[in-house]
Design a binder for this molecule. Structure first.
Ligand SMILES: [Zn+2]
Length: 277
């Protein structure tokens, strides 16, 4: 980010009421600032965090990515160096990837869609018939639990922080396994907030479609619903590996990277790699 842009942000923050001064201070004196090489930009950048919670606030000056996106990119490159030749399905990418991609160079989805000719994005979009492109042609409408893709059609399936919002995770894991080619993989992030404690279901869908809140309702930002956010349905732990195996028979490796020189440091940084033999 250029100095001018930086100053404009400080000025904008100063004009806002309430916490403005606090925000100005954070911009001027961030929690962390350091140089390094971004796995997405592939160039030397500045990583800067204006808040203690690195997971959402340790940004790359080049692509605006956050740590889990950089970890995902690093794992894709390490495990599938030929990813640019892959038939790749990304479910529910950040909405910014749908804007003119050439003009928006933010984060990992943008790079995957730009450099991978076989990239297909899908969104859970009940307003568009399942399996069809939305009117702008930017994504295909898919229910991850009941996909319309044929069997064995993808080398890679990518999901970023999606599995904590799905009701029937077993069905979604089975469907992803079905659509993977032999030798393919589902590479994904979801916060393993329960760690070594068992996963807990947070909300479930009743047979009549209504929602049964098993715990205090919790919402995260949702690219398709910027105001409402997505309901959290699961608090996952490391036992997600067993869950996936029980659901679809595939083995999963949990990869945890920790390297500040590549901007890889944050809470809940695990990347899961589920491989189809
Ligand atoms: Zn970057």
């Amino acid at each position: 980010m250029g100095v001018r842009n930086h100053l404009q942000r400080i000025k904008a923050a100063a004009r806002e009421p309430g916490l403005a001064w606090d925000r100005v201070c954070r911009e001027v004196r961030p929690v962390y600032r350091g140089r390094g090489t971004c796995p997405i930009c592939e160039t030397e950048v500045t990583f800067k965090a204006t808040r203690e919670w690195f997971r959402d606030h340790l940004f790359c000056s080049g692509c605006g990515s956050i740590p889990r996106e950089r970890a995902l990119m690093q794992v894709i490159k390490d495990w599938y160096p030929d990813w640019q030749q892959a038939d790749l399905h990304e479910s529910s990418p950040d909405e910014r990837v749908h804007r003119v991609i050439a003009a928006s160079d933010r984060g990992i989805s943008s790079r995957l869609s730009r450099e991978c000719p076989g990239y297909v994005a899908s969104q859970y979009d009940p307003d568009t018939p399942w399996g069809e492109l939305d009117p702008t042609g930017q994504w295909r409408s898919e229910d991850l639990e009941k996909q319309t893709f044929p069997d064995n059609c993808f080398d890679l399936v990518i999901t970023q922080d999606v599995f904590e919002h799905i009701f029937d995770i077993d069905a979604a894991f089975r469907e992803i396994a079905r659509t993977l080619k032999p030798g393919g993989a589902h590479i994904f992030t979801t916060p393993l907030v329960n760690g070594t404690a068992p996963s807990e279901q947070w909300a479930r869908r009743r047979d009549d479609g209504s929602i049964d809140h098993l715990q205090e309702p919790e919402y995260h930002g949702n690219p398709m619903d910027l105001e409402g956010g997505s309901l959290v349905t699961w608090h996952h732990g490391y036992d997600i590996v067993d869950r996936i195996h029980d659901a679809c028979g595939l083995d999963t490796t949990i990869v945890l990277l920790d390297d500040l020189t590549r901007g890889l440091k944050a809470e809940y940084m695990e990347v899961m790699v589920t491989r189809k033999p």
